[in-house]
Write a protein that binds this ligand. Structure first.
Ligand code: FMN
Length: 198
C-alpha cells in the first residue's frame, strides 16, 4: 500500500496540468514509428490499470497489437467483412492496413459483470477512464495517441476473432506512435456553456 510518500499525496504536479491543458490526440492516419519500447508500453498499461474502479472489479482487460500481429489482424478484418458483404479490392487493401497505421495499438476490452451491486454503467465508465489514461500516459512519454472504435469495434465476428467473451465489448483501440505532422488544436467547449452551479 502506498503511504504518504506517494508523489500524488497533497503535492502539486504542474507539469501534469500543463499536459492535461494542452494534450490532444494525434491522428492514427499520420502516425509512424518508433512505438513505445516494452518498458514504456508497460508503463502505459500500468498507468491505465490504476483508474478508479468501483468495487475493485478491474472491469477491463487489454489486448496488445504490435509487430506482425497488426497485419494478421488486418487479414482478420478482411475475412470478417467478406462473410457479411462484398468487399472491393480497394476496401480490402484499406482494411488489411488498418492496424498498420501505428506501431502499437492497445485494444481496451470492457468486461462488465452483471447481477452485482455495482451498476454496469459504472463499470463501463471505468473502461473509458482506462482509454483516456492511456492517451495521457502515452503523451507524457512523448508519443501521440488516438482512441478509435471504427466499425471493427462493433463487428461481432471481429470481436469473436479477438477472443472476446459474452459480456465483453471493445471500449476502444488506442493507437500509439510518433506523429509525422504537427497537431492542430480543435475547438474546445466554452466552459460557460457546460458549467452550471447548483
Ligand atoms: C469512445 C470513442 C470512440 C472514438 N472513435 C472514433 C472513431 O472511430 N473515429 C474517429 O475519427 N474518432 C473517434 N473518436 C474521437 C477521437 O478519439 C478524438 O476524440 C478526436 O480525434 C479528438 O481528440 P482530442 O480531443 O484528444 O484531440 C472516438 C472517441 C471516443 C471517446
Amino acid at each position: 500500500m502506498e503511504s504518504d510518500t506517494s508523489p500524488s499525496f497533497n503535492r502539486p504536479a504542474p507539469q501534469t496540468l500543463d499536459l492535461l491543458l494542452s494534450r490532444r490526440s494525434g491522428s492514427a492516419k499520420t502516425m509512424t514509428g518508433p512505438g513505445p519500447s516494452p518498458e514504456e508500453l508497460e508503463t502505459i498499461l500500468r498507468a491505465a490499470a490504476r483508474v478508479p474502479d468501483h468495487g475493485k472489479l478491474f472491469p477491463w482487460r487489454f489486448i496488445v497489437i504490435e509487430g506482425e500481429a497488426r497485419a494478421r489482424l488486418g487479414t482478420v478484418l478482411v475475412e470478417c467483412l467478406r462473410q457479411t458483404e462484398n468487399v472491393s479490392e480497394e476496401r480490402a487493401k484499406i482494411e488489411a492496413a488498418r492496424f498498420l497505421r501505428a506501431p502499437a495499438i492497445v485494444c481496451v476490452v470492457s468486461r462488465v459483470r452483471e447481477a452485482i451491486p455495482i451498476p454496469e454503467w459504472e463499470q463501463q465508465l471505468s473502461a473509458g477512464a482506462v482509454c483516456q489514461t492511456m492517451l495521457i500516459a502515452a503523451t507524457a512519454l512523448g508519443y501521440v495517441a488516438n482512441w478509435l472504435t471504427e466499425w471493427c469495434a462493433y463487428h461481432p465476428l471481429v470481436r469473436e476473432r479477438l477472443g472476446l467473451k459474452s459480456g465483453e465489448r471493445i471500449a476502444g483501440f488506442v493507437y500509439i506512435g510518433k506523429s509525422t505532422a504537427p497537431l492542430e488544436e480543435r475547438p474546445r467547449p466554452d466552459l460557460e456553456k457546460i458549467v452550471t452551479r447548483f
